[in-house]
Structures are given as C-alpha cells and as structure tokens.
Design a protein around this ligand. Structure first.
Ligand SMILES: Cc1cc2nc3c(=O)[nH]c(=O)nc-3n(C[C@H](O)[C@H](O)[C@H](O)COP(=O)(O)OP(=O)(O)OC[C@H]3O[C@@H](n4cnc5c(N)ncnc54)[C@H](O)[C@@H]3O)c2cc1C
Length: 444
C-alpha cells in the first residue's frame, strides 16, 4: 500500500495498515512529519505549536491515540477575566460570550439556538440529504446572519466566531457547510468554548509529538522530501510517482487536503465530478502568531490572556505558555480577511501590527516581547491555507458524494473527509482509520 502524506491522517492510516500485516510506504513532500501540526522550540526544552494544538471533550479518536502513545494533556490556562475591545474601549468579562447588553446577548443566544437546531438535522455522512439542503446550500452564512440576527453587536460577534472557527468570512461559507460542521462537533458551543469545548486542553510536548511518535513506529516506511506529482491507475493497482521515488501498490490512501489533491496529475484523469469538487474546497486563511515574554505577566493582573477584538487585526488571543507557566506566551490569531490582508505585508510590519494589538489588550508590558514567532499557512507550499478546507455555496449538494467515495484503487483521507470533528486533528485520525479499513476491505 502507498500512503500519500505524513500528517496525522496518513500516519494513522499507515499504522493501521501495518498492524493488519500490509507492507506500506508513506510518501511525504516535506522534510518532516506532522503536516498541519508543528512544534517550534522556544528554549529550555519547551515548545509552542504553530499549527493545530488543542484537544477537547468528545474528541475520542485523538484522545485514545495520544493515550496509546503516552502523550499527556494539560488544561489551557483559563483563569481570571477575558477582555474584549468593543466600540473603541476595553471591557473585562468571564465565559465565552462577553456582556454587551441584554439585547445583544439575547440576539446571540437565539441565533445560536437556531443554528444548533438546524445543524442537528444535517446527516453527517450525507449533508446533502438534510431537509431543505438545497435552500441551506444556496445561501451564505452572511445572508443568513442578515436575515436572522437583528442587532449589529450580535452580527459582529457571530462574524468574529465564524472567522475564529473557519478562518474565513461569513460571505465565503455555505450555510449548509456551517451547519454540517457544527453538527460534526456536537454543537456551536463545542467549537467556540475553551473549558468544555474544542480549546479545553493542550498536549505536553506539543501536538506534533503524536506524529513524531507514530513516525518512530513506522521507521523507514516513511520517505521524506518525496513530493508526489503523478497518480497512475491500471488494472493491477496504482503507481505513485514522487520526486526520486516510484511506488507501486494495489491500493493507495491519499491524505492531502482536497485543494491539493486537485493539483496532482492523474492518469487516467480524474472524473469531472471529483476534479470539480477539488475546485470547490478552498482553504481558510490563518496566520498564527506568538509573542514570548519572561513570564505571563497578565496572570498577576487577574487576566486569562484571552482577548477578543472588534477592530483587529488580531481578533482572538490565548495564553499559550507551556504547562509550567514559563516563559509567558501570548498567542494571537490573524484569521480570514485579516490573514489575507496582513499576509501581504512585510514580516516586520505585520509583527508591529500584532504587537500593537497585544499592547492594547494587555498593556505596555506586552509591547516588547523577547521573541516573536509566526506561521502563515497560506504561504506553506504543502498546505496552502488553514485550518482546513470549507465548502462555498452549492458544493455540498452538487459534489459532496465525491468527497470520500473511493476511485478505483484510491481511497481519500484527511481531516476534511471526516464526519465527526471535521477539520480537526480528531477528524484527521478517524479519517485515517476509516480509509485504512476501506483499503483492507477492498483487498480481502
Ligand atoms: C494554525 C492552525 C491551528 C489549528 N488548530 C487546531 C486545533 O487547535 N485543534 C485541532 O484539532 N485542529 C487544529 N487545526 C487543524 C489540524 O491541524 C488539522 O485538521 C490536521 O492536522 C490535519 O491533518 P491531516 O493529516 O488531515 O492533513 P495534513 O496535516 O495537512 O497532512 C497532509 C500531509 O500531506 C503532505 N503533502 C502535501 N502535498 C503533498 C504531495 N504532493 N506529496 C506528498 N505529500 C504531500 C503535507 O506535507 C502533509 O504532511 C489547526 C490547523 C492550523 C494550521
């Protein structure tokens, strides 16, 4: 078997195939494993993650894998007050939703209630069969917000939430996709919350440790620096051509995000419907930034390190200090339109804009970090955006059934193909398990 990509999905698929007795080669374009997870050392043996990092309740596949591999978790720092920059001033609050007056709060609550109710009706295996799927897939989240959210404040907060979860703008996303994604995570709150939600815990040693441990197990079966460019199929199976490597197998598991699947050469060519799917799954835009300080000084001031801003360009921050609390790390996300805009700036100009935000949120001590780290995922040749791909209008209903359906000897995996926790590390893990099972069943 050949596995294309050594992110979580590819490594998990390879491990399952090896466990079933298959002979496996994993072809990876980068000079490292982990894909969208990547540890960055910050000294004294500590790391921060510039890619995916959090794990939350109900992410059972990821949790089980981490436990098996001996990778432990610790809670995200979530004590003290959050701050919000709203209409030009800074306010402190507790919990996920800031106190912005009863009308705005009630409006957000009714919108979330409606979205959760609609989301529950979207079948995770076949979102295009949801009641009223065509109507839901014909409108953007922007259009829905215009019609269903009545106050400017609530619209602004939900726009912020959309950027935070999908790294895209409400105008980019199909409403059906948003609903599928909410259901896939078990509710809107699960996506947004720190305690009790997707941002609840972090991995000791960084999330990439999971991939590094899987890679140790797989050893020489992984070939790094081997970007695949051509996928040929014939009656005997599949031939995968990468720089410097040609691998033949009866089956292949391809784990690239759908956009990148569309950039491979296929012989025979992909059927039109599968190629057109890959043309309709753009990646979101994220620049993840981290400012490192001697200590997490905000904690002593009763602040959690979590900030939200109406103005941006940093719209969301977290305390991302290592488990022992030293050094202090503030994580700032540039997402959606802000990542698109700031991604074009020179790095030092961007850094100044980010640090200016941190200083507005946390005071003058934030102005001079000891170190500054950032990763712009749209610029990454082997990813091209993040956190993952989303569906614009019309894509799920016209092409959704091509997302996972095997094509000859090819099986598709990756976080984007998951039904549960789609787009997350947990989804990547379950997709690898599923695709490996499919490939083995096809050979049985
Ligand atoms: C900034 C950021 C923050 C995130 N935060 C979270 C979070 O907190 N929690 C969470 O659960 N998820 C988070 N995610 C999402 C999560 O990281 C991904 O869903 C998950 O890692 C995807 O794994 P994958 O194996 O499906 O894909 P990938 O990790 O993208 O793996 C695909 C692999 O294929 C390789 N590849 C690409 N092209 C080729 C080619 N032509 N030939 C060979 N190999 C190729 C790539 O190098 C890569 O290694 C975040 C992502 C980012 C970027």
């Amino acid at each position: 078997m050949v596995v294309v990509g050594a992110g979580l999905a590819g490594l998990v698929a390879a491990r399952a195939l090896v466990a079933a007795g298959a002979s496996v080669v994993v072809l990876e374009a980068r000079d490292r494993v982990g894909g969208r997870t990547l540890n960055e050392p910050i000294g004294n043996g500590e790391v921060v993650e510039v890619g995916g990092q959090w794990i939350g309740p109900t992410q059972h596949r990821l949790a089980a894998l981490a436990t098996e591999l001996g990778v432990e978790t610790f809670p995200t720092y979530d004590e003290g007050d959050n701050v919000i920059e709203w209409e030009g001033s800074l306010r402190r609050y507790r919990g996920t939703i800031p106190r912005l007056g009863p009308a705005v709060l009630a409006d957000v609550a009714q919108a979330q209630w409606k979205l959760n109710r609609l989301a529950k009706r979207v079948p995770l295996e076949e979102p295009w069969r949801a009641p009223g799927a065509e109507r839901l897939d014909s409108q953007t989240v922007w259009s829905w917000l215009r019609r269903n959210v009545y106050t400017k404040g609530a619209r602004s907060l939900l726009e912020l939430g959309t950027e935070a979860v999908w790294a895209a703008e409400p105008a980019d996303l199909s409403l059906l996709h948003l609903l599928f994604y909410i259901n896939s995570a078990g509710g809107f709150e699960s996506l947004l919350d720190t305690g009790g939600g997707a941002q609840q815990d972090r991995f000791v040693g960084g999330s990439q440790l999971i991939s590094l441990r899987l890679a140790e197990e797989l050893g020489k079966r992984i070939v790094l620096d081997a970007p695949v460019h051509t996928v040929r199929q014939d009656d005997d199976g599949v031939e995968i051509v990468a720089d410097g490597v040609l691998a033949r197998a009866r089956r292949a598991v391809i784990t690239l995000p759908p956009t990148l699947c569309g950039r491979l050469e296929y012989d025979p060519p992909l059927p039109g419907y599968r190629d057109q799917l890959t043309q309709r799954m753009p990646q979101g835009a994220v620049i993840k930034t981290m400012a490192v300080y001697g200590e997490p000084f905000w904690r002593a001031e009763g602040l959690s390190g979590q900030a939200t801003s109406q103005d941006g360009p940093v719209r969301l921050t977290f305390d991302n200090s290592p488990p022992g609390g030293s050094p202090g790390v503030l994580l700032g996300f540039l997402e959606g339109r802000f990542a698109r805009e700031l991604g074009r700036l020179e790095p030092d100009v961007r850094r100044a804009r980010v640090v200016d935000c941190l200083t507005r949120f946390f005071g003058p001590r934030a102005a001079e970090p000891d170190a500054y780290i950032e990763r712009s995922w749209a610029d990454e040749r082997w990813t091209r955006g993040c956190y993952g791909c989303y569906m614009p209008t019309g894509a799920w209903t016209a092409y959704g059934d091509a997302l996972r359906a095997p094509l000859g000897s090819l099986h598709w995996a990756g976080a984007e193909t998951a039904t549960v926790w789609n787009g997350y590390m947990d989804g990547a893990v379950s997709s690898g398990e599923r695709a490996a099972g499919e490939a083995l069943a096809a050979l049985a």
